[in-house]
Design a protein around this ligand. Structure first.
Ligand SMILES: [Zn+2]
Length: 288
C-alpha cells in the first residue's frame, strides 16, 4: 500500500475533497465506491460515496440521505463533517438550494456567499463544548474565529468555474439560515430582505462553522430555486417549484462543481485562514 503525502493510504477509501449535496451530483461518475463511516457523534446522513473527479479523490455525501428522508433540522451536521475529515477530506464544497431575497436573484441564480447569518434554533453547532462525548473523550472549550465563514480560495475556485461556463455567479452576499423545515412567512422574508441579506436557506449552518472547527475549507454554492415569500407576489414558496428549478439546474451545477474541484489547491498547498482555525488552542480531543 502506498502512502500519500498527507499520510493517508492512497487507496480507494481516501478522499481529499468533500461535496455535501444530492445524489444527482455523483450518480454519473464511473467507479463510485460506497464507504460506510461512523463517528463519535453517530452516523452521518448516509454512506460516503468515493470517486474521482479530474484526478482528485472526492467523497460525496447526500446531505439529506439518499432517500432524502432527513429534514434540515434533523441532519447530524457534526457526524457529517467528522465523517468527511476521517477519510482525509480537507476541503468541502456545500451546494444548497435557497430562496432569493432580491428581485434580481431569481430562480437559476448561482450566488457564492461571503457572509452568513445564523437563525437556526436547535442544532448542535460545536465539537468543543467541554462535555464528555459518548466515547469518554472530553473536548476543551474552544472559540474559533468565524468573521469570514467561507474559504477565500474555495470561493474563487467556484466563481471562476461558474463564469468559465457562462454562468454569471454572484460574488458575495449574505446567506441567512433558518431552522425550517417550513418556509418563511412574508413578514420574515421582508425582514430578511430589509436587513440586506441576499438568500435564505435551511442547511448552510452549522455546516460552515463545524467545518471551520475541524480546520476544513468550506465553500457554499447557493442555487436560487425561488423568490422568497416577501419578494414575490404569488402564493409563496412551494416545494414542487423548488424541486423543479433544482432539477433544471443540477446538470450545470454538477459541471461547475467538478471544475471547481479541479481548481482547488492541493491539500498540502492550502494557505488560507481555515488552516489556522486552531492556532493557539488546545482542543482536548484528537481530530480524525
Ligand atoms: Zn480554506
Amino acid at each position: 500500500m502506498v502512502s500519500s503525502a498527507s499520510g493517508y493510504a492512497a487507496d480507494d477509501t481516501y478522499a481529499e475533497i468533500g461535496v455535501i449535496g444530492g445524489s444527482g451530483l455523483y450518480s454519473f461518475l464511473d467507479d463510485v465506491r460506497e464507504v460506510p463511516v461512523t463517528t463519535p457523534y453517530g452516523d452521518p446522513s448516509d454512506s460516503l460515496f468515493l470517486g474521482e473527479v479530474a484526478g482528485r479523490r472526492v467523497a460525496f455525501l447526500p446531505r439529506h440521505g439518499r432517500r432524502h428522508h432527513i429534514p434540515p433540522h434533523r441532519i447530524d451536521y457534526r457526524a457529517n463533517l467528522w465523517a468527511l475529515r476521517s477519510v482525509g477530506v480537507r476541503q468541502v464544497l456545500g451546494p444548497c438550494a435557497v430562496g432569493g431575497l432580491r428581485p434580481e436573484y431569481g430562480p437559476g441564480t448561482l450566488l457564492v456567499p461571503d457572509q452568513l447569518i445564523d437563525r437556526t434554533k436547535n442544532r448542535a453547532q460545536t465539537y468543543f463544548d467541554g462535555e464528555p462525548r459518548p466515547d469518554g473523550a472530553v473536548p476543551n472549550v474552544v472559540h474559533v474565529s468565524f468573521a469570514d465563514p467561507y474559504c477565500p480560495d474555495g470561493r474563487q475556485a467556484a466563481l471562476k468555474a461558474a463564469r468559465a461556463r457562462d454562468w454569471q455567479a454572484v460574488d458575495g452576499g449574505t446567506l441567512v439560515v433558518v431552522e425550517g423545515p417550513r418556509f418563511s412567512t412574508r413578514a420574515e422574508s421582508r425582514w430578511h430582505a430589509a436587513n440586506g441579506w441576499s438568500v435564505v436557506g435551511m442547511t448552510g449552518h452549522p455546516e460552515a462553522v463545524l467545518a471551520r472547527e475541524l480546520g476544513l475549507c468550506y465553500t457554499s454554492l447557493t442555487l436560487v430555486t425561488d423568490l422568497d415569500a416577501g419578494t414575490e407576489t404569488g402564493e409563496g414558496v412551494s416545494h414542487t417549484e423548488v424541486l423543479r428549478v433544482f432539477g433544471e439546474n443540477v446538470g450545470r451545477l454538477r459541471d461547475v462543481l467538478f471544475d471547481a474541484i479541479a481548481a482547488l489547491p492541493a491539500t498540502a498547498d492550502r494557505d488560507c485562514l481555515c488552516v489556522h482555525a486552531h492556532d493557539g488552542w488546545d482542543l482536548g480531543i484528537e481530530l480524525p
